[in-house]
Write a protein that binds this ligand. Sequence first.
Ligand SMILES: O=C(O)CCC(=O)C(=O)O
Length: 272
Amino acid sequence: MQLTEQQLNFFHTFGYLGCPSVFSPSEIAWITQEFERSIQDVGGGKNHDGTSRTMFGGPIEHRSRLCALLDDPRILGILGDILGEDFNYANGDGNYYTGDTGWHPDGSWGQLFSAKLAFYLDPLTRDTGCLRVIPGSHRPDHFVRKEKIDVNRSQELFGVAPKDFPTNVALETSPGDLVIFNHDTYHAAFGGGTRRRMFTMNCTRRAKTEADRDILNQYLSIHSPGGYNNKTGAGMYWPLMLDTADDNRMIHLTQCAQVHDQLFPDHARVNA
Ligand SMILES: O=C(O)CCC(=O)C(=O)O
């Protein structure tokens, strides 16, 4: 157990949690360096001119030191406490963000099925593009969901700019802090520059019932290399993630790899 009872209550009630200073300045320095190498080498970063977002898949899977984040007791503690110790790691995205990100949830599962762990690599404030969330919006009975409010139209609907949508919380972060949120939670960012560096680890609960398995199929049919028609050369993950995995890491890789390869035989590891 890494999170306190209060932190877990907070996450379940509000749909997000800020985890300050998880990584020290020297650790976040090498994490940032490895991220830069990845996005520059394989993520399209060399072509980033600040006019639009540059994004690449599996940001921790291209450098062995970043792959090992999935072995780090702090990461395992946070994800394990929230999603269960046998959680699935399901890729993520690495970004140079440009400008605002409008309000959206990443899912609408109506239950805690998946969560995003986010690393912001630059100091970010409410005016310079920090992550914002609408607390409680992961719940199906939250007013935004029940009344199907388009939060991005809040200026015309309510005379309030989307960034000022009532109840939203700005999660200001420094490098080394982590933020985790339920994929169903509405989130956004406003006022960022043209090279806001951020990467994520998306994770799900391990599917244990028929109903879970159904959701995992739906999830991976969209959010996976096969879903994005990306050939990794090793199915669900980029080869390094699997090649450097020990038995403990494999606990977090096998279920998604298996489901992915059933869904997308053309992208499967065996056909790589
Ligand atoms: O930092 C941001 O711009 C928002 C991140 C986001 O929307 C996401 O990861 O889904």
